[in-house]
Design a binder for this molecule. Structure first.
Ligand code: AMP
Ligand code: MG
Length: 339
């Protein structure tokens, strides 16, 4: 086995990463959402390497990353008016738009769909890499399929060592959860995957916002879904997680009753578990902090060998909905709701 090279994000490192990408290789790239496993979106054999490195099912499409509005034109056959307005308001940033794909996008990139997800990241290094490559970069999250998404270069190395030639280290991802994925229906915006750009943010563009039911409901592995990634087990550490949807008092009472010697509480704050005598992993007090920390803390559960985890339930509005959507999948939809 070979070792994956950890590059910094200085000029020389970016040139090396760009050389690899131009040669049809896969590189771990920092973005403001999570780290991506990038390859030339228009090169079928390069894109196949992404699926192989991740162990990703072939029908789960990749997001195609661009650095300016010129780059999107040849990739899609039509851009609705609403999409232009979303681009104006939220690009560069953590928003992916599903648009009808042009033939130039290989089927392997779009998971066999006739649409393609496009995003313009705001992370300086990601933008520079795409610009220097001169082609769009397909990039899913840089984790092994099923694991929590990586928010640091070390997370990527843990999953990808010996599977890809290099990773660019760009520090801790600021947002921490993947992009909001939306599609357009007549004059409505449908949220397929919630993210940092919230339903409330999108309502500046139109009041007609539909939150797809797959966002908070389990979709069957066999069913045809609008956003294929939603049907797979996702983001999961080895531990068995149960979300406790309740007030802090009810959460504490539940833990006091059900705790075992080695259970772990995934709390907002240390003080949530005062007096309970249980191991605690904290993921923050605000929606934004929780988004930033969630995947890092899910990985920490594996590091400490957690087996049974009780998690406090995030907000189901704003950025909190993105956190809830990821935690639900990490918990395989196990939720205890208390008054
Ligand atoms: P990841 O790259 O791991 O952040 O996952 C990207 C997710 O975006 C996929 O799993 C899909 O759910 C969604 N996605 C990407 N392209 C499309 C598309 N053409 N249509 C619907 N959903 C898409
Ligand atoms: Mg992913």
């Amino acid at each position: 086995m070979f070792d994956t090279k950890m590059l910094s994000s200085d000029e020389g490192s970016i040139i090396e990463a760009v050389r690899l990408l131009k040669n049809g290789e896969v590189v771990g790239i920092p973005t403001e959402t999570v780290y991506g496993l990038g390859a030339n979106a228009l090169d079928e054999s390069a894109v196949r390497k992404i699926f192989k490195a991740k162990g990703r099912p072939a029908d789960n499409p990749l997001i195609v990353h661009i650095c300016d509005m010129e780059m999107i034109k040849p990739l899609v056959t039509h851009i609705p008016e609403l999409a232009y307005r979303c681009a104006e308001n939220f690009w560069a940033g953590p928003l992916t738009m599903i648009l009808p794909k042009a033939d130039i996008i290989p089927d392997v990139t779009s998971g066999g769909l006739d649409t393609v997800g496009i995003r313009m990241p705001s992370h300086k290094t990601a933008k520079e890499v795409i610009k220097k490559c001169g082609f769009p970069i397909a990039a899913p999250s840089a984790n092994l399929s099923g694991s929590p998404s990586p928010t640091t270069a070390e997370h990527v190395l843990n999953d990808m060592n010996g599977r890809i030639p290099a990773i660019i280290n760009g520090g801790f991802s600021a947002v921490g959860v993947e992009s909001t994925v939306i599609s357009f229906e007549n004059d409505a915006i449908r949220i397929l995957r919630p993210g940092f750009i919230s339903a409330e943010d999108l309502s500046e563009i139109t009041q007609n916002i539909i939150i797809d039911k797959g966002v908070v409901e389990k979709v069957s592995n066999r069913s045809v879904v609008r956003s294929p990634g939603m049907k797979y087990k996702h983001y999961a550490p080895k531990a068995d997680i149960t979300i406790i949807d309740s007030s802090l008092e009810a959460f504490k009472a539940y833990i006091a009753k059900h705790k075992t010697q080695d259970c772990v509480c995934m709390a907002f704050d240390e003080s949530d578990c005062d007096g309970l005598g249980v191991k605690t992993v904290c993921y923050g007090n605000t929606d934004e902090q929780q988004a930033h920390l969630l995947f890092d803390k899910l990985r920490e559960l594996d590091v400490i060998g957690a087996k049974k985890v009780y998690a406090r339930c995030p907000n189901k509005k704003g950025v909190g909905l993105a956190v809830y959507n990821r935690l639900l999948r990490a918990a395989a939809f196990q939720v205890v709701t208390l008054e």
